[in-house]
Design a binder for this molecule. Sequence first.
Ligand code: GDP
Ligand code: ZN
Length: 457
Amino acid sequence: MDFDTIAAVATPLGEGGIAIIRVSGPSAIESVDKIFKGRQRLSTVDTHTIHYGHLVDENGDVLEEVMTTVMKAPRTFTREDVVEVNCHGGIVSVKRVLDLILEQGVRMAEPGEFTKRAFLNGRIDLSQAEAVIDLIRAKTDRAMKVAVNQVQGKLSNLIGKLRHQLIELMAHIEVTIDYPEHDVDDVTRNLLSEKSRWVQDEIAKMLRTAKQGKILREGISTVIVGRPNVGKSSLLNSLLQEVKAIVTDIPGTTRDIIEEYVNVRGVPLRLVDTAGIRDTEDIVERIGVERSREMLSKADLVLLVLNFGEELTDEDRKLLAVVRPMNAIVIVNKTDLPQQIDLDEVRGLAGDLPLVTISVKEEKGIERLEEAIASLFFAGSVQSDDLTYVSNARHIQLLNEAHKTIGEAIEAVESGLPVDMVAFDIRRTWELLGEVIGDAVSDDLIDQIFSQFCLGK
Ligand code: GDP
Ligand code: ZN
């Protein structure tokens, strides 16, 4: 494939520190070399080496002090020649460097174009490319690990294994069709149904991770409710952690900082503030039980806070009744105060909801609260970092279809239908799984997927 040379800023803009401008394509080294002044010409250096120098304009005037990394194809992210120019992170200098590079016959990259090239040049498959989007958007380390696994090809390998099995089945069927005198015997039918069931089970397993995958990817929308002064804002503050930008060694995946998320054991809580239901003080009073239930039920998780140091009020009782059928946790705060609340009554009103006593002031019980939140969303599932969670809506849809189609193959084979009908469903399943990793997907879809990226990735 013939590509031109592209460039873009690869680090978040305006962050200060160091910015990286990435250039990729056949003339990448030559283009930067034209404006680079260092001890060596970049066109003569070894691959994967770093060089200190200055960028100069056409008059020979020094513009910037830079470090350039020269990486020759094919051992690069895009499988093309790549030069990365590290310069001071200020917006002005970054723009000046980028403009100068763009004047050397280099084109500004479209969002996602580097990753798209990695895909088109066969460096990564489509599911890996899509995981780069997840990586950039990851809200917690754990979400990031899942995305990294996927970028590194975990999902691709799984899909590959299933497709391999299906290919073997198709070959098996071919043989039977080619020799019609050997009608499909019971042994073959048993084999077909057994292997197809295995494929179906594996797909089902992947789909079971979808809910958690979605949570990791999008966060749990969370509302904290309770009467005034029970400690909602204090709780929120204690849950809040400093969110740091995380840089991985996978190129193009420096992620931007997202602050409105609370990280609980790797589970991102998204504190929602729609229609003012975040830190809600008196919604039941204000809008009534039914409406407040309707509003709160839009959240994935409700944290109801009560006061250990006060008797239960009618407002508390109403709130308990509202949240009881929801995904909620009852939190009794201020255990450092003398007990006034009737915990037995609270337990009765809370029904099956988890109940946690804490003191935000003395920082007691927060661990248990985090535990309760994590187990509410990851109950029964292995919390292993190398789990492959399917989280992408496109993948989930394809896997659902594949699950259905292989089910039809199983039905056909077990009800004694002609074997070429079975073959049809097995082939279709193979194709659907192929679409997950980008085998035979349309150009339109590829464009659509890569347009979701931000610039410079
Ligand atoms: P909100 O109105 O529900 O958001 O409550 P705030 O978080 O604003 O807290 C109300 C008051 O309770 C503040 O003075 C807090 O310092 C105090 N408070 C919060 N948590 C605790 C706690 O665990 N123990 C005690 N004794 N006071 C607390
Ligand atoms: Zn408050």
